[in-house]
Design a protein around this ligand. Structure first.
Ligand code: 5GP
Length: 192
């Protein structure tokens, strides 16, 4: 998506440790105009599916998923990070390793909000090693729901999450794929 790539070039900052900061338009301050264009693009890419729900993970996924969901006219469910897993069987749980915080989180979704009839689109801001998306898919499978695909705003193509998911036959649509980035020069190149 040309508009997104231009914005990443203009306002993205490459940090050590393979981290791309996009705080000025996506992860801290949010450009709603840009997110509306992103929502339209996901709707176009997944026009052949019959999505009933969008699933994401807190915190930064929520705002993105909420705007995207307006174009699909479906609810958003966000997986919650939790300290204590509720053992009464009312939630799906999984463990997710956070790339940016370098720690594991237990993550839950209430069984009330995903059912076997659901056709789910997973949305997230970044795809790096794929742990976050794989955790969400794990809970979709536990619920017996159908995964229609994964929509990612920025995929870091030099990390292997995207490759692993596609190898499993999962449909992954990334609006920008970063091929390489350099924290010394600040140079970012995209895959087309
Ligand atoms: P993964 O689980 O695929 O390794 O990492 C994806 C998650 O880590 C995303 O939910 C995102 O919040 C965070 N993340 C991974 N790489 C980056 C990055 O380069 N920049 C930012 N801002 N977040 C990232």
């Amino acid at each position: 998506m040309e508009l997104l790539e231009q914005r990443i070039q203009k306002d993205g900052a490459v940090k050590a440790g393979n981290v791309l900061k996009v705080d000025s338009f996506l992860n801290h301050q949010i450009d709603i105009g840009l997110l509306n264009e992103i929502g339209k693009e996901f709707k176009r890419l997944f026009a052949d599916t019959n999505i009933t729900k969008i699933l994401t993970i807190e915190a930064s996924g929520i705002a993105i998923a909420a705007i995207v969901a307006q174009y699909f006219n479906v609810p958003v469910v966000f997986a919650k990070k939790t300290q204590s897993i509720n053992l009464d069987g009312s939630v799906y749980t999984t463990k997710i390793h956070s790339f940016t915080h370098q720690r594991d989180y237990d993550v839950i979704v209430s069984k009330k909000y995903i059912s076997p009839e659901d056709h789910i689109l997973v949305i997230d801001d970044f795809l790096a090693n794929g742990c976050a998306v794989e955790g969400l898919i794990d809970m979709i499978q536990s619920a017996g729901a159908t995964l229609e695909g994964v929509g990612i705003i920025i995929e870091k193509g030099f990390q292997d999450g995207g490759k692993r998911l596609r190898k499993k036959g999962i449909r992954v649509e990334s609006l920008a794929i970063v091929d390489a980035m350099d924290d010394v020069t600040g140079k970012i190149t995209f895959r087309h």
